[in-house]
Each structure stands twice: as structure tokens, then as C-alpha cells.
Design a protein around this ligand. Structure first.
Ligand code: MV4
Length: 448
């Protein structure tokens, strides 16, 4: 097993990874920007190295700085967490060429799945349902109009190297399509350094269902069930849950099988997530594959009892999966609420500032993955996630009751948070019955 790992991330996920490393007897090296000099996770790492200024480009996205930190601390592997460099195939390549094990898939698989049009075509080749759309990047206006007339409006324009809904634009007719194309290409160029876009039929209403994959380096691939991530606001996930409510068993089985098929088709290794949409008639469609550990991985850990970070590290170390699909049992219901420092009275804009008081909930079935404490200054440079509140109970009714109790117990003062929004969501009868789609949050907020 590795003796020392560098955690190339910050906040709650850095703390999460350090915890599992400690349990495995692995030393950890944390990296931090000047803005994170008082971060909680640094106290639990065996060593820490400042890698640059608060701005991400100078620190958590600064590959030479992170590799230098790796060299001077003589580590054997790097865990990228999520976000930042977690799906940066160049970073994975630099690790590989620096003789540092990258805890994740190979850089070539990352590149393959990072191109959403290539991922779609691999799904088509493996007879996995995809949303009707363009089988390659859109070359010009004529191509876009031709595809739109073939699939019918509304259509969705997506960035080929985007993901997570970033840069998505809906077009309802030729005029709005032509106007949106240039904007979408410009946004893609700025956000993803590549202006390539593709198109799909806009499926609505829909639900967002993703499947957790774990795969070793010897061709063993298993799934750990699905997560329903439909509760989003402007493509930012807010609440995730497993099992997906109101999902027929046959559909669940078909989706999980399709996820395994795709992972095997690309020789996936390590932990990954295959994302699907389910439409109003219960048909499912592959949308993309994420080649990283996801923010919402704890709900899967709670129902399966499997430590996903431990599995990542073991697989990266070359160990065979000691999990068998038949032995995977999902027990109970788990729900995660993302507690963000955002101002609900100001369009949920990030709310930086000092946390003056912080008291997290506890009790049976409650898990809090958070890095914040009283006196912690929420930096303005990074995402607004303060922590994740996760509950696990034997059924959905108890899980919802527990989440409601835990949310009302959670005290964070000094910054505004999404706690009130989560209380509204979890108390809504349609959430309770699982009658949700991708417009749930905007409808709830319109009603409020
Ligand atoms: C879609 C879609 C409808 N039609 N693609 C959003 C995140 C990214 N992983 C893919 N997402 C979607 N892709 C087609 N062709 C709906 C979503 C979607 C969504 C869209 C708008 C508002 C909230 C959403 C929540 C989940 C998924």
C-alpha cells in the first residue's frame, strides 16, 4: 500500500480523503493556497505545502506548483478529489510521466469521456440509448439547422468539452437556434478552451439519474446502484438521494447494466459515474460519464457500507476489487443536502464572510462532511460549498423526517446558507412522493 499520498484539493473533500488515508495508515500531504492557510483539513494532514495565491489558477489549478509540492514531499500518489484538476487529462499525464500514481482513471479514458460527442458515439456503438442529436460537433449554421429539423424543437446546445450542464442553451426555433449558436461557441471557448458544440433534443420533463461505477485494473467492473440528482438549480446539484424514488426496478436494472457496459467498453478503471436522463415515459438516455469521485458519493457509501475513497486508493495501488456484484446490498435510503454559503435573497449568489457560530447536527443516521468551524473565513475564490449533510435511515419516510430534523438543528451564523431552501424542498409533498423533475426547484421558488 502507498505510504504517502498528496491530496490535490481543499475544503470538505480534502478532509474526507485525509480521513480515509489515516484509517489506511497512509501519510498525507495537503496543499493549500494563501486563502486557505487556516483551513481545518491542514490540521489533520501529516504535512502541508503552500502552492500559491487564493486564485485557483495560481494554486489548485497550478500543475507545476502541485507537482513541485509532490516532488519535495516525496509522495507516491495524488488524489485529485473533484473539481479543479480531477478530470484534467493533462494533469493525469504529468503525474504518470513524473512517476506519481494518479488516483483515478487513465488520462486516455479521461480524454475520451471528456469529449461528450465521443462519449455519445461510444454509447451508440454499444447500443446504449442516447438522446436524438448530432453524431458529431456542429460544423456550421446549416449543419445545426439540419440536425434541428431532423430531431425537432426544442433542442439543447451543449459544449463538447463541457459537462454538468455548464454552457447549455435551449433553442425553440430556427431564429433562436441561429442566435444561440455563436453565443454557445463563445461561452464554450471561454469556459472550456474549446468552442466545439453539439446538439440534442431537449428532453423535458426529465429526471437526472446517475450510476456509481467501481472498476479495477483487471477488467472487474461493478456498480453500486443509482443516485437521483434531479433537484438542481441552474445545473448546480442541491440534493441527491438513493435509491431514486419512483424508479421501476426493471428501469433501475437496465440503467445500471448500461452503465457497466459503457465502463467496460472504454476499459474504465477506478471510480466513475455514468449519467442518464429519464423522460416522462420512463425511457432512459445516456448523457455523459464523469471520470472522478462525485460530491454526492456519500449517499452511496451510506446505503452500501463501502468507502469509495478507500476503493479508489486500493485500485490505484493495483489491487483487485474484493467486491462482487452479487454481494453488493443496498440497505435503506440516504439523502444528501449541499449546504452552500449562498444568499437566497440575492439570487443565491455566493456569500463570503466569517462564520461566527457553527453547530452541526448529529444523532443516529446523520453524517456531516464539512470543513467549516466558528471563526472560519469563507474565501471568495472557490465554490460556495460549506459541507454536506447526509442522512441514512431504513426507509424514505424516516430519512425525510431525519433530514428535516437535522436541517433544523444545523446552526451556521455569519453567512447566509441554503439550509432554508432545503427545508422547503424536503417539506414539499411532491418531494415526499418523489414526483420531481428537473424544473422542481424553479417551480418551488416561483410558488414561494
Ligand atoms: C439534458 C436535459 C434535457 N435534455 N439534456 C444537466 C446537467 C448535465 N449533466 C446534463 N443536464 C441535462 N441535460 C437534454 N438533451 C436536462 C438536463 C438536466 C437539467 C436541465 C435543466 C435544469 C435542470 C437540470 C437538472 C438535471 C439535468
Amino acid at each position: 500500500m502507498f505510504s504517502r499520498i498528496l491530496v490535490a484539493n481543499r475544503g470538505e473533500i480534502a478532509l474526507r480523503i485525509i480521513r480515509t488515508c489515516k484509517e489506511l495508515g497512509i501519510e498525507t500531504v495537503a496543499v493549500y493556497s494563501k486563502a486557505d492557510k487556516d483551513a481545518l483539513y491542514l490540521q489533520y494532514a501529516d504535512a502541508h505545502v503552500c502552492i500559491g495565491p487564493g486564485e485557483s489558477d495560481g494554486s489548485y489549478l497550478n500543475i507545476p506548483s502541485i507537482i513541485s509540492a509532490a516532488e519535495i514531499t516525496d509522495i507516491e500518489a495524488v488524489h485529485p478529489g473533484y473539481g479543479f484538476l480531477a478530470e484534467n487529462s493533462h494533469f493525469a499525464e504529468v503525474c504518470e510521466s513524473s512517476n506519481i500514481v494518479f488516483i483515478g482513471p487513465s488520462s486516455e479514458v479521461m480524454t475520451k469521456m471528456g469529449d461528450k460527442t465521443q462519449a455519445r458515439n461510444i454509447a451508440v456503438e454499444n447500443k446504449i440509448p442516447v438522446i436524438p442529436g448530432s453524431d458529431s460537433a456542429i460544423e456550421n449554421q446549416q449543419h445545426a439547422l439540419k440536425v434541428a429539423h431532423e430531431i425537432g424543437y426544442p433542442v439543447l446546445i451543449k459544449a463538447s468539452f463541457g459537462g454538468g450542464g455548464r454552457g447549455m442553451r435551449v433553442a425553440h426555433n430556427d431564429m433562436s437556434l441561429v442566435n444561440s449558436l455563436a453565443i454557445a461557441q463563445r461561452e464554450a471557448k471561454v469556459a472550456f478552451k474549446d468552442s466545439s458544440i453539439y446538439m440534442e433534443k431537449y428532453i423535458e420533463p426529465s429526471r437526472h439519474i446517475e450510476v456509481q461505477i467501481v472498476a479495477d485494473k483487471y477488467g472487474n467492473v461493478i456498480h453500486l446502484g443509482e443516485r437521483d440528482c434531479t433537484i438542481q438549480r441552474r445545473h448546480q446539484k442541491l440534493l441527491e438521494q438513493t435509491p431514486a424514488p419512483n424508479l421501476k426496478d426493471q428501469l433501475r436494472e437496465d440503467i445500471c447494466k448500461a452503465a457497466i457496459k459503457l465502463a467496460k467498453a472504454v476499459n474504465y478503471t477506478n471510480v466513475g459515474t455514468v449519467e442518464f436522463l429519464v423522460d416522462g415515459e420512463g425511457k432512459y438516455y445516456f448523457i455523459e460519464m464523469n471520470t472522478r469521485l462525485q460530491v454526492e458519493h456519500p449517499v452511496t457509501e451510506m446505503v452500501t457500507g463501502i468507502d469509495l475513497v478507500k476503493e479508489q486508493i486500493r485500485i490505484a495501488h493495483g489491487e483487485r476489487l474484493n467486491l462482487r456484484q452479487k454481494k453488493i446490498k443496498s440497505e435503506g435510503v440516504s439523502i444528501e443536502c449541499r449546504i452552500n454559503a449562498e444568499d437566497p435573497d440575492n439570487g443565491f449568489r455566493p456569500y463570503a464572510g466569517k462564520i461566527t457560530m457553527c453547530s452541526a447536527p448529529g444523532g443516529k443516521g446523520v453524517r456531516v462532511d464539512s470543513h467549516v468551524y466558528a471563526g472560519y473565513e469563507v474565501p471568495p475564490y472557490y465554490d460556495s460549498l460549506l459541507g454536506k449533510l447526509i442522512v441514512h435511515k431504513k426507509n424514505r419516510e424516516e430519512a425525510i423526517a431525519c433530514m428535516k430534523r437535522a436541517l433544523s438543528e444545523y446552526r451556521i451564523e455569519g453567512v447566509k446558507t441554503t439550509i432554508p431552501l432545503h427545508l422547503n424542498i424536503i417539506s414539499d409533498p411532491r418531494f415526499v412522493t418523489g414526483d420531481i423533475d428537473t424544473h422542481f426547484v424553479e417551480n418551488l421558488m416561483d410558488e414561494k
